[in-house]
Design a protein around this ligand. Structure first.
Ligand code: HAM
Length: 418
């Protein structure tokens, strides 16, 4: 038997309801915050991610699904959504729209990761991007939105952690300090980290190798090297969060794994230390992708990680059950039942009938298993007499329904009146 590739998941019908619940909840929240949906291609030119996410990141160096298409172009399955959103923003002239442009997405992502708890190779992100403002108020609004997505699902023990990783100006100073600090033990780091030492030492701080992780403990933090502008921006964000009463912790060790981040970064962490949602400001990305200098901020929520938590909670899901099952026996009754379910379905009623040739007894059993509210039984004799038996499956009450004239209308009135 062919099995699904490692790091992928099948979302079976019983779980799809929890997905629909999360998706509907997020969609409503995005609308209330003034965000509009964007849908993008699953694959992009590899260069977009190399330029956007950064050559020295784990994502670009180790985790991308990259291949050459039949035309010899290098193509990559999207490992994240932000670079694609900015590409689409520029390509479709969205810079001329009223600013800021607020977009949300729900998309599958692909990363060739070491598969473990919370780390898949195909996963989904529900994300949001605000393009066109560098204000600290935008940081606060996007953090509020992220917080609402999580708190609306009543998930407990999720902690909001924030940090500032500065801008290219303050980072230059910080990188020198960091190089000096890491340099003392450089020979003990993994080969990838050694390679990153000159190019981008900050990436060494989020290396997933255990030894590097240990070595990184106690490293200088970028927060201590912020320039005046970045410091004021971060102070304003914190102050506003305090004033509106949103709890957070400052964690100077957050560096994020993608190169485009500037200033405010944040993560919503669960009890096991896994990030359920993460994001930050990326003021240089639009320019990096050949647009005008345009500040932006956003986040993405890991849907599988969130659903894993929700599955442990008893949440009431809206699982649809058939309103009526038409059990039939005999050729004419079969035709009549087929016409009847078609009319009912056309009137937005969830109706089922047998399509496998089951016995009447087996049809009843099936109707019960799928949780149908009513079962209408029609045989050729009943048809001739223009009546049928309607059973309320919950109470067990049975009544004879007159099928004379417009039988569908009569039935609809009857089951709606009940
Ligand atoms: P990220 O931190 O790489 O950021 O991913 C965001 C979230 O996606 C993570 O916090 C996690 O919940 C989920 N996630 C990431 N990798 C995996 C995986 N292998 N398996 C399951 N879930 C995963 C970004 O992708 C940025 N584009 C977020 C952003 C938007 N920043 C600004 N705008």
């Amino acid at each position: 038997m062919i099995q699904r590739p490692k790091g992928t998941k099948d979302i079976l019908p019983e779980n799809s309801y929890i997905w629909q619940f999360v998706e509907k909840n997020s969609k409503d929240i995005f609308r209330n915050y003034g965000f509009e949906e964007i849908r993008l291609p699953v694959f992009e030119h590899t260069e977009l991610f190399q330029r956007g996410i950064g050559d020295a990141t784990d994502v670009v160096q180790k985790e991308m699904y990259t291949f050459e298409d039949k035309g010899g172009r290098s193509i990559t399955l999207r490992p994240e959504g932000t670079a694609g959103v900015v590409r689409a923003y520029l390509e479709n002239g969205m810079a001329s729209l009223p600013s800021p442009v607020k977009l949300w997405y729900n998309m599958s992502m692909y990363r060739y990761e070491n598969v473990q708890k919370g780390r898949l190779r195909e996963f989904h992100q529900i994300g949001a991007e605000v393009i066109g403002t560098g204000s600290y108020e935008a940081d606060v609004e996007i953090i509020c939105l992220a917080n609402r997505l999580i708190s609306s699902l009543e998930i407990e023990n999720i902690k909001l952690t924030i940090n500032s990783i500065g801008c290219p100006t303050c980072r230059k100073k910080y990188q020198n300090v960091l190089r000096e600090w890491i340099g003392k033990n450089l020979e003990k780091y993994c080969e990838t980290c050694k390679d990153r030492f000159e190019k981008n030492p900050m990436r060494i701080l989020d290396c997933k190798e255990k030894t590097c992780n240990e070595l990184n403990k106690g490293a200088p933090i970028v927060l201590d090297y912020l320039c005046e502008e970045c410091k004021t921006h971060f102070d304003n964000v914190k102050q506003m969060l305090n004033r509106i009463g949103l709890d957070y912790e400052v964690d100077g060790s957050i560096v994020r794994g993608l190169d485009y981040y500037t200033k405010t970064v944040f993560e919503f962490i669960d009890e096991d230390g896994l990030a359920i949602l993460a994001g930050g400001r990326y003021d240089g990305l639009v320019k990096e992708l050949k647009g005008q200098d345009t500040p932006a901020i956003g986040f993405a929520m890991g849907v599988e990680r969130l659903i894993e938590i929700l599955m442990k909670k008893q949440i009431e899901l809206n699982i649809p059950k058939p309103c009526i099952y038409i059990a039939q026996i005999g050729e004419e009754a079969n035709i009549f039942a087929t016409q009847l379910v078609e009319i009912l379905r056309g009137k937005n009623i969830y109706a089922q009938k047998d399509i496998t040739g089951k016995s009447l007894k087996a049809q009843f059993k099936y109707a019960d298993r799928i949780g149908s509210k009513y079962v209408l039984t029609i045989g050729d004799i009943e048809l001739k007499e223009k009546k049928a038996n309607l059973k309320d499956m919950l109470t067990g009450n049975e009544e004879t329904i007159n099928l004379d004239g417009n039988s569908a209308e009569k039935l609809i009135k009857y089951i709606k009146v009940k």
